[in-house]
Design a protein around this ligand. Structure first.
Ligand SMILES: Cc1cc2nc3c(=O)[nH]c(=O)nc-3n(C[C@H](O)[C@H](O)[C@H](O)COP(=O)(O)OP(=O)(O)OC[C@H]3O[C@@H](n4cnc5c(N)ncnc54)[C@H](O)[C@@H]3O)c2cc1C
Length: 405
């Protein structure tokens, strides 16, 4: 590969790795840089939605994701106080709208590994780990990037475009002085992983949301390290207690006492504390630099939309880069990428993830009851049930984006 005749990708998370795969499959040379030595296994995305499974068929990943993951056809909403299931949704109602009428539960680091494994087949692809991008020159004819390795050594590289898939703190975005307006939630979120079997104990589905004005939470199943199943609980962390307090066994067990007393003594396998934001970049393209995934938009994890919408960005952009590479389109097509993805990230991903959180946590009793009643009626009405799923699985967003010229 001549160094300048390639696409440079910043970041080897799910969005960077899948974008690299989509470009490589079109015969485009890709140079990918990643700060970390290895893909982190901290608990982050676990749900791959039907619209994403449809998209990932185009790069051959879907059968492997299904094989390694857990099919989640249903998801539930419960009241913490009474444990009553007040709404249940069935992706089976999306038959005819998608080839995959279910979500698949699979940890995001495994999705990254699947993409990286497939990338080994492409001689014009190279991943350079422990290469942090520290400077970008976004020129008229090419981009130049500088990487730094842990020993402090710096190296120059050039390519036709740079795609920033470098996460919420994106260097690519900052280097191009692209604003990232939005807000940070006051509370932090903690994810706890346990081997306690919520399905056996209380008929939980693989994806469940528990509403409560004091301590809402969620219950999810993932395959876990040995593929035999592991459960994850997400709790909000109110107040400003230090990390060592809110990640302690005592603090976590108090959450279990309140939400699932029968699981109180279960072994805690993992715990991660996150600060959560809602932000969308002011532009997804500047000259030869493009943004995708968390570099372009971040949201709370309720609804499982961050990685899914990021993969949608990456595959949309890879298709456009392919067209330009083959001379089928000029570079103005990258403005269409911005038009298709940016307003819809706001309209669907931001709006739905904020609404999901507000539904679960509603403080005012009357307002909370109105929201729960609305969700119950949505689940009971076949037409509204399907429309709700079309939105939450991002199928409506994908179709609306495709219709934007
Ligand atoms: C608790 C939690 C649960 C979630 N659950 C879901 C879910 O169920 N479904 C869903 O769709 N989303 C979910 N998300 C969101 C999801 O994790 C993110 O949207 C996803 O990781 C975004 O992928 P990405 O590749 O854009 O960024 P990242 O995964 O953040 O990857 C960015 C990569 O870039 C690298 N990098 C950064 N700077 C540089 C640099 N200067 N040079 C080189 N490399 C660099 C980083 O090391 C990193 O590897 C969840 C998030 C959290 C926190």
């Amino acid at each position: 590969m001549t160094k300048s005749n390639c696409v440079i990708i910043a970041g080897a998370g799910p969005v960077g790795s899948i974008t690299a795969l989509a470009l490589s499959r079109q015969g485009i040379p890709v140079l990918q840089f990643e700060t970390d030595k290895e893909t982190p296994t901290a608990h982050r995305a676990a749900t791959t939605h039907s619209s994403t499974l449809d998209l990932l068929d185009s790069v051959g990943m879907t059968p492997v994701i299904i094989e390694q993951g857990l099919k989640a056809q249903y998801f539930q909403y419960r009241y913490r106080e009474t444990n009553e299931v007040f709404a249940e949704f069935d992706f089976g109602r999306l038959v005819g709208e998608t080839n995959h009428p279910y979500a698949v539960q699979l940890e995001q680091h495994k999705t990254v590994a699947i993409a990286q494994d497939m990338l080994k087949a492409f001689p014009d692809f190279a991943l350079r780990r422990e290469h942090k991008i520290v400077a970008i020159d976004n020129g008229a004819d090419q981009v130049r990037v500088v990487t730094e390795t842990p020993d402090g050594a710096r190296q120059d590289w050039s390519g036709r475009y740079v795609i920033g898939c470098d996460g919420g703190r994106s260097f690519v975005r900052k280097s191009q002085e692209i604003d990232f307006p939005g807000f940070t939630w006051e509370e932090r979120f903690i994810i706890v992983a346990t081997l306690f079997d919520f399905e056996k104990a209380d008929n939980y589905r693989y994806r469940n949301y528990i509403a409560d004005s004091e301590q809402w939470c969620s219950v999810f199943k993932i395959p876990g390290p040995d593929g035999k199943g592991m459960w994850r609980n997400l709790f909000p962390v109110m107040g400003s207690e230090p990390e060592e307090v809110v990640t302690s066994d005592d603090w976590i067990r108090a959450r279990y006492d309140y939400c699932f007393p029968y699981a109180r003594d279960t072994a805690i396998v993992h715990r991660n504390l996150y600060t959560v934001h809602q932000r969308v970049a002011a532009a997804f393209r500047k000259g030869r630099a493009m943004l995708a995934g968390d570099a372009a938009h971040i949201n709370n994890p309720l609804g499982g939309m961050g990685m899914n919408s990021g993969i949608g960005d990456g595959l949309n952009l890879a298709e456009k880069v392919g067209k330009v590479w083959r001379g089928e389109a000029d570079e103005s097509i990258f403005d269409r990428y911005d038009r298709q993805r940016r307003p819809l990230a706001q309209k669907y991903v931001q709006a739905q993830s904020i609404q999901n959180k507000e539904t679960l946590q509603a403080k005012d009793k009357a307002a909370a009851n109105a929201r729960f009643e609305e969700l119950r009626r949505t689940a009971e009405d076949p037409k509204r049930h399907k429309a709700f799923l079309m939105n939450s699985s991002l199928i409506t967003m994908a179709r609306e984006a495709a219709a934007i010229a």
